[in-house]
Design a protein around this ligand. Structure first.
Ligand code: MIG
Length: 813
């Protein structure tokens, strides 16, 4: 007996598998081979691969398997095969991989990684003792935590923007009425930015398993990230400008396409507008009260017993007629789509799904059922291409009836707050995987199925709204922040979370205005609406069993302010649209944390400075995040600023407090700002925007590229758009020169005249346009009735109106 024990003990010690059950390090570097894309290293306990992706991006892969996984990434779509210049040198005890911008040093005994900039400054390094390691099936990467290192990103997380000192889980979770401390919630974006000495880098962990990011939580020595299983596969992205890190990250994981312009309008939802009658009534209220609105949502009760792709015919007797009528009033209808397919023998989608083998399965091959709205339901395997196509074809049923886009909910996937069992099988693009791997990308692949179906139509741009997601979701969908609550904590979250999502590559985001749960006071609702008017996605929504929350339900005074606030959103539409378009090219957020624009200004990282943001690079928005306050304390970064409401000028680099009565969200123009606006309308396309107004706060020299297209079709992708360059300069004595010229012209612009609203330092003695002297009008009103001229429009404000054309040169002397 004793002998047997001894034998067993010796055997256990000798087994290489011993290390698998517990913590183990990578060990030393044993050998190295260079190749065209980087280098491969054999370590004592693992294999390491270095890929030089771009001069500022290096990918690190580590596995203990015999070979690296061949399964393609769900997130990374970057495939530019442009050669990158780099060198690999093995010296005594270390290997150096060098690009034009970055050095990767790999110490060999043991294997530890350090990233340095060109000047040899350390940007990021493995923790000396732990580095990359394995803990059972888990992979881990320990990084040295530098004093004063700041972390941001990780997508849709609660709290404010700072991720330092906290730990976060990536596991898509349905958490109704989450709090400011709940984690995880709906989406997983395993990407963060680290900033030290005003220099930024990013790390993207491309692993879909449940992962964890512990950013100096409970340790002043290291931060670490890792996943439950799979490879340690991460990208190190160097800035040093934080905006560049985001651009590079979205070069890897993709960028949004231009949404239809109507999707930037105000949108109204509730759980549920449960009948045709009710939907028509809501539409009528908006139009008779002249509160602008573009979209009405249909929540789960439009369906027949929560069967996806069906209608409750009693409540919605004729959907095509309803939607056609509403379309004539300028409304789009977006229905909710949940992934669960009711397990009902008589239901066509269940029958088709079973016959076509479209559902996720138990390992014994029988289809998995989980319980959710339709009661027991099958879950389509969106990781299978044929299933995505099948789903897309069924979406046609709703599209043919007239819906304008889709709202994907419960796509974590949620099964009444429980988890789909780990063992459930998915196709994984033909490679086969279990739920542990697929859970976090379920929504991504469902959104892909939806987006792919919608993008079949060249006349119409896709619009998809999603609750859950993974890195790359920005390619397919806008994301809202799920089930929030009508209180001040959530009003603040509605300011923070979209900023964080923007840092993490998701530009098209917003919250349920007014709070999903609970009952906001009129003031809370208005403050939320003011903030919402400057978030990229602008929708009011409300939970079942809550009182009405439409903009007219808070009393006459609140209704008036709500109307003006939403009208303001519509006036800013061209400004927003231009930022959307820029984001399609750069991946940068539209709603931007201050420090992204001013990374060198320490004050911009302050928690209080996160209670404001930039829209693009010229408009500062400082929402009042409280229901009682009528003062807003805010920070103005370096430079000069102009308060849009009272035209007062401010020097930057200071905290100020200004009055902000209800309906007056603090807005500031940066000196040099040029911002396009249209007249408000009740919905996008109500009338042609024949006049565009540029708000101009002249600086020494600045310019704006004004983008126009048809706002609806995908023809812009083939070049059907126009660009107008506006250049403004002011000299020392206050003479201003404005040059306007079309620089690209493949879209037939509807603009007949330009209005230039100038916040000038002095009143000019004379204004000329292309050498012709402009006539001065008595008032703004009399100017509006004429085709050209100028007028004083308030103190320090000059309004100029001129016919559109190119080139135009305006001189104010
Ligand atoms: O179990 O469809 O976040 O916006 O109104 C709740 C009903 C399901 C959750 C969504 C919410 C939606 C609600 N849904």
């Amino acid at each position: 007996m004793r002998l047997l024990w001894k034998i067993l003990l010796v055997a256990a010690l000798l087994l290489p598998g011993n290390a698998w059950g517990e913590f183990s390090y990578t060990g030393d570097v044993k050998s190295l081979t260079k190749d065209g894309s980087g280098a491969g290293l054999t370590l004592s306990n693992a294999k390491l691969r270095i890929y030089v992706v771009k001069s500022n991006i290096i990918r690190i892969r580590l596995t203990r398997e015999d070979k690296f996984s061949e399964v393609p990434s769900y997130a990374v779509i970057y495939d530019k095969k442009e050669p990158v210049q780099f060198s690999v040198d093995r010296k005594r005890g270390m290997t150096e991989v060098k690009t034009d911008e970055l050095t990767l040093r790999i110490d060999e005994n043991p294997c530890r990684i350090t990233f340095l900039d060109k000047g040899g400054n350390i940007l990021n390094e493995d923790e000396k003792s732990f580095g990359m390691s394995f803990d059972g099936e888990e992979v881990r990467c320990f990084k040295k935590l530098f004093k004063d290192e700041k972390f941001f990103g990780l997508g849709e997380k609660t709290g404010n923007l700072s991720r330092t000192g906290d730990s976060y889980i990536m596991w898509n979770s349905d958490f109704p009425f989450y709090t400011k401390a709940t984690d995880p919630i709906y989406a997983s974006i395993p990407f963060f930015i680290g900033i030290r000495d005003h220099k930024a880098y990013g790390i993207f962990l491309d692993n879909t398993y449940r992962s964890q990011f512990s950013m100096g939580a409970g340790s002043d020595r290291f931060y670490w990230f890792g996943a439950d299983k799979g490879e340690l596969d991460y990208y190190f992205i160097y800035g040093p400008d934080p905006k560049r890190v985001i651009s590079s990250y979205t070069e890897l994981t993709g960028r949004m396409e231009l949404p239809p312009l109507w999707a930037l309008g105000f949108q109204q939802s509730r759980w549920s507008y449960g009948s045709e009658e009710k939907v028509r009534e809501i539409a009528k209220q908006f139009r008779t009260r002249e509160i602008p609105c573009d979209v009405i949502y249909l929540d789960i009760d439009y369906m027949n017993g929560y069967r996806v792709f069906t209608w409750n015919r009693e409540k919605f007797p004729d959907p095509p007629r309803m939607m056609a009528d509403l379309a004539r009033q300028g409304f789009k209808i977006v229905p909710i789509i949940d992934p669960g397919v009711k397990a009902d023998d008589g239901y066509f989608a269940a029958k088709e799904g079973l016959a076509g083998d479209h559902f996720a399965k138990y390992p014994d091959g029988s289809p998995y059922k989980g319980e959710v709205w339709p009661s027991w339901a099958y879950f389509p395997d969106f990781t299978s291409e044929k299933t995505r196509a099948w789903w897309g074809n069924n979406l046609s049923i709703l599209l043919d009836a007239g819906v304008a886009g889709f709202w994907n909910d419960m796509n974590e996937p949620a099964v009444w707050g429980k988890n789909v069992p780990d063992i459930i099988r998915f196709s994984d693009g033909g490679y086969q995987a279990d739920h542990k791997k697929i859970h976090n990308v379920f929504a991504l692949q469902m959104a892909k199925a939806t987006f792919d179906r919608l993008s079949r139509d060249p006349e119409r741009r896709p619009f998809v709204l999603t609750r859950a997601g993974f890195s790359g979701i920005q390619r397919y969908a806008a994301m809202w922040t799920g089930d929030n609550y009508a209180n001040e904590d959530h009003l603040a979250l509605a300011c923070y979370m979209p900023q964080s999502m923007g840092i993490s590559g998701l530009p098209f985001t917003g919250s349920d205005v007014g709070g999903f749960g609970g009952t906001p006071s009129p003031a809370l609702f208005i403050r939320w609406l003011e903030l919402g008017a400057f978030t990229p996605f602008f929708r009011a929504h409300s939970c079942i069993d809550t009182p009405d929350k439409e903009p007219w339900t808070f009393g006459a005074e609140a209704e008036k302010i709500a109307r003006e606030t939403i009208r303001m959103r519509y006036r800013f539409l061209p400004c927003l649209y231009n930022e959307f378009r820029r984001s399609t090219l750069t991946g940068l957020p539209i709603m931007r944390a201050l420090f992204l624009e001013y990374p060198g200004d320490d004050e911009c990282y302050a928690p209080d400075a996160q209670k404001e943001f930039m829209l693009g690079d010229s408009l500062l928005v400082a929402p009042v995040l409280s229901e009682k306050d009528i003062l807003k304390k805010l920070y103005l970064p370096e430079g000069y600023w102009l308060n849009i409401w009272d035209h007062k000028h401010y020097k930057g680099s200071q905290w100020i407090a200004i009055e902000a009565p209800l309906g007056q969200i603090p807005l500031f123009l940066r000196r040099g700002a040029i911002i396009p606006q249209w007249d408000a309308q009740n919905y996008v396309g109500e009338h042609e925007n024949g006049e565009v107004e540029f708000s101009i706060f002249p600086g020494e020299s600045s310019s704006y590229e004004y983008y126009e297209d048809d706002g609806i079709s995908r023809k812009y992708k083939d070049g059907a758009y126009a660009l107008t360059n506006i250049q403004v300069s002011e000299d020392k004595v206050g003479s201003v020169r404005i040059s306007i010229s079309k620089t690209y012209d493949r879209y037939d612009s509807k603009v007949k005249s330009y209005r230039l609203r100038l916040f000038a330092t002095r009143l000019p003695a004379e204004i000329s346009v292309n050498g012709r002297r402009l006539e001065r009008c008595e008032s703004e009103k009399s100017l509006m009735a004429r085709t050209e001229g100028y007028a004083q429009a308030g103190e320090g404000v000059i309004l100029i109106k001129i016919p559109a054309g190119s080139p135009i040169e305006v001189n104010l002397n």
